[in-house]
Design a protein around this ligand. Sequence first.
Ligand SMILES: NC(=O)C1=CN([C@@H]2O[C@H](COP(=O)(O)OP(=O)(O)OC[C@H]3O[C@@H](n4cnc5c(N)ncnc54)[C@H](OP(=O)(O)O)[C@@H]3O)[C@@H](O)[C@H]2O)C=CC1
Ligand SMILES: O=C([O-])CC(=O)C(=O)O
Length: 443
Amino acid sequence: MAVTDFTPTYKQPHFLPSQLSSLSTRLYTTRSRALRPFPRRNNARVCCSVAPNQVQVPVAPSVGKKGECYGVFCLTYDLKAAEETKSWKSLINIAVSGAAGMISNHLLFKIQQWLSSSQLASGEVFGPDQPIALKLLGSERSFQALEGVAMELEDSLYPLLREVSIGIDPYDLFQDAEWALLIGAKPRGPGMERAGLLDINGQIFAEQGKALNAVASRNVKVIVVGNPCNTNALICMKNAPNIPAKNFHALTRLDENRAKCQLALKAGVFYDKVSNMTIWGNHSTTQVPDFLNARIMGLPVKDVIKDSKWLEKDFTEDVQKRGGVLIKKWGRSSGASTAVSIVDAIRSLVTPTREGDWFSTGVYTNGNPYGIAEDIVFSMPCRSKGDGDYELVKDVLIDDFLHERIKKSEAELLAEKRCVAHLTGEGNAYCDLPGDTMLPGEQ
Ligand SMILES: NC(=O)C1=CN([C@@H]2O[C@H](COP(=O)(O)OP(=O)(O)OC[C@H]3O[C@@H](n4cnc5c(N)ncnc54)[C@H](OP(=O)(O)O)[C@@H]3O)[C@@H](O)[C@H]2O)C=CC1
Ligand SMILES: O=C([O-])CC(=O)C(=O)O
């Protein structure tokens, strides 16, 4: 693997060889925009260069009152920049909100494994020569837990993890972000109206949209996971007018994966035999798992599974409500499988889609070829050339059943949009949500 190219040319007597890969990694903590205890990345490498064979004493940065760093992340070594990265791509900044939460706790460690896995050696994802910086956004409430997350990252000795920052201010954490994985959101509590949830979470995503607009990379890709994710993605997008609307996604990949699994189970095949799986619409119980266009072993699903009643009722409802069934069994919502689906969603954007296949993601509807209302975030079938961008798949069938279901999910999203008009710059909010509107996890 190319990471071995990084082996420094000098000896470091006090540290294990495995630690050398993290030598230029450091952790920054930021609690507010006013307080920046450590230098920013572009001027962080302040120390002198070391000649080959010269031993350098590690320098621990001074610890600010509100910011602390840990062990190996606090050590600032300086390697000649050219030696450090001669075979590496430039650092990618990945921002993660809700970073002390359950999904994130799975995700952060998966991203690392994924980056350093053998799949990567074949160039399938970012590449084995792709160092990353993690910017972990939490709150006052979760700050200690964030420190715990950082400690676990430290103990994992990931060779491609070069920087870790933790903080509570999105304007700090989203600086130069090329990916923003927005997971943090308030869960719907007992007795809380959905309109209330839309408002509380909408405020979070409006603020984060503004922060992305101000400081993130101009081509940042944003994946909104926190529920209700489609409308949160719309709010985030509307508050970030300088970032292309196309770059905002609502995560429906978990629903796609769930649908593939159910079809495989029914057909008695392994799930890699299921392709062309579209989830249409909202990440809610109105979502439409499309068995008309999906394929099993390359054949239309209906040629393999002849039981139309099962497809229209059991399959559809099982996928729509899978999250809730899992919560009843597990006592908490899907953490690991959501994290896996976030990685799948990123991978689908950074690797070319297999010929003839596609994937689902919630994206902006403007210009869509299916007649879906404009100006909402709706899950649709997409293909990518692997450049982070995507195009909508044009050649799909839509029959009466599918059309009727799509319209129901569309109506729900239009109603959600009216509820958050005050957060999207479209005047006064008016909330007339359909009574049966539910997240997949609610039942
Ligand atoms: N799209 C999808 O497929 C799926 C989406 N989800 C959604 O993902 C989200 C996160 O789930 P999960 O990680 O399990 O949840 P957790 O409760 O474990 O973590 C969520 C994080 O959100 C933050 N949070 C909680 N309340 C607030 C608030 N009022 N304001 C700002 N942030 C808050 C907390 O971070 P802090 O204390 O730092 O603020 C918390 O760490 C949920 O909205 C869930 O519904 C879940 C499964 C699938
Ligand atoms: O409702 C939730 O929080 C969980 C969820 O989105 C899912 O399982 O799909």
